[in-house]
Design a protein around this ligand. Structure first.
Ligand code: ATP
Ligand code: MG
Length: 423
């Protein structure tokens, strides 16, 4: 016998009993984004490998060890996107969207990273990405944070996440800080792990982002970036925190927050939770003005973030009372030859007259009893019942499946008004 083929490790199916929660989350996200005037952009899943190398940075976890890279039949090196920022910016540059314009964009889609799969960390996962272009004012950094703050509240999980902020300054400020940091880590070389040794020469800031618990101490005592920020960077940061305070958005400053990609400057932020074990970052982003030039554009401004949907869903599941819509409101039971024919026709009439009603038709026959069982299993509120007797009289039975009241019999048009009133 042939063996079953299974899904690839770290790549998951979302089964029908889970999709209502996804759809609920997606609906709220769309509504909140449109309430801030953001537009959707849809992007390819595969890009040239070079795009990610140049934007994310050669010495990052993603580019060093997580990308799904392959040669296509022409011999071009292509990569399944590990994140969306690079592709989004590539598209905007390619189509001239950044010439003296501002944009507020979002995308929603699958990303791929070859990581060790564990709860909240997968090889195929979905991100909501939000990117803004052309705006240097700190109000746009703040807007992105406020938008997420609103989303958490709508989801009823604001108390499960904390906002952490930091500033990574300008390139010049980062270079100055880098020297101080390298000197510090060189003094503590014995406490560094292998990755950090390597990064000491290539990308020392990333050592602050180390997930190795043995590195915790040496990282905790490292000099802090804030002391090396210039007046402009400090003012930008202060403007954001002032706005957040004005609007009562609680935040923490985390001087170790550097983020995994090289392209950030000035603002960086993360929304973290204690509910998901070590996969605690649900949403992360910041300002990345410099990336535009790095990808061949004219000097410009960009701020954005990405949220991991699986981690959001895991957080939503910690709520007991999620308002997820039902798949079926009413289930039509048909017993008898005439009832089957008339039932199918009547179901179509109901869908014409009551389009919002989710009506499922019994199609596999069986006794009244077995069809009632199936009706119950769908979670429907109502059974619409047709036997040959009802058909002969032009009537239909309606039974509420949830309150124990008796079945009622009524003419078909009255049944339609009844169903209309139930929505
Ligand atoms: P982490 O520190 O957890 O590895 P990251 O810094 O690599 O995260 P980003 O690249 O900033 O993450 O991606 C933004 C968000 O996307 C993360 O906060 C997380 O919610 C989600 N995410 C990232 N990698 C994965 C993954 N492998 N599986 C599921 N979600 C992920
Ligand atoms: Mg990662």
């Amino acid at each position: 016998m042939a063996t079953n083929i299974q899904a690839i490790r770290g790549m998951h199916d979302v089964l029908p009993d889970q999709t209502p929660l996804w759809q609920y989350a997606e609906r709220i996200i769309r509504d909140v984004l449109s309430s801030y005037g953001y537009s959707e952009i849809r992007l390819p899943i595969v890009e040239k490998t070079e795009l990610f190398k140049r934007s994310i940075g050669e010495v990052t976890d993603i580019v060093e060890k997580e990308m799904y890279t392959f040669e296509d039949r022409n011999g071009d090196s292509l990569t399944l996107r590990p994140e969306g920022t690079a592709g989004c910016l590539r598209a905007c540059l390619e189509h001239g969207l950044l010439n003296h314009q501002t944009h507020r964009l979002w995308y929603y889609g699958t990303m791929f990273r070859h990581e060790r799969p564990q709860k909240g960390r997968y090889r195929q996962f979905i991100q909501l990405g939000v990117e803004t272009y052309g705006m240097s004012d700190p109000d746009i950094d703040a807007e992105l944070i406020l938008l997420m703050d609103r989303l958490w509240k709508k989801f009823g999980i604001r108390d499960k996440v904390r906002l952490q902020l930091n500033s990574l300054g300008t390139i010049a400020e980062r270079l100055a800080y880098r020297e101080v940091l390298v000197a510090y880590f060189q003094q503590h070389k014995n406490s560094l792990d292998e990755d950090s040794h390597r990064r000491l020469n290539t990308n020392p800031l990333r050592i602050l982002d180390s997930k190795n618990p043995e590195m915790k101490d040496v990282v905790a005592h490292a000099p802090e970036f804030m002391a090396y920020l210039g007046i402009d960077s400090l003012a930008h940061f202060k403007a954001i925190t002032t706005t957040l305070e004005d609007l009562s958005v609680v935040y923490e400053i985390n001087p170790r927050l550097v983020r995994g990609m090289d392209y950030y400057s000035k603002t960086v932020f993360e929304w973290i939770t204690d509910e998901l074990g070590s996969q605690g970052t649900v949403c992360a982003g910041g300002r990345y003005d410099g990336l535009i030039e790095q990808l061949g554009g004219k000097p410009n401004h960009a701020v954005g973030f990405a949220m991991g949907m699986e981690r959001l869903l895991a957080l939503l599941e910690t709520r007991e009372d999620i308002p997820v819509a039902k798949t079926v409101d009413a289930y039509m039971i048909r017993v008898g030859e005439r009832a089957e024919r008339e039932g199918l026709r009547f179901a179509e009439t109901i869908r014409n007259e009551v389009p919002a009603l989710k009506l499922q038709l019994s199609v596999d026959g069986g006794s009244f009893k077995s069809q009632f069982k199936k009706a119950d299993k769908t979670g429907a509120e109502f059974a619409i019942i047709l036997g040959d007797d009802e058909v002969d009289r032009g009537e239909v039975g309606i039974k509420c499946l949830r309150n124990g009241l008796d079945q009622q019999t009524m003419p078909q048009n009255q049944a339609i008004s009844f169903l209309q009133q139930q929505l």
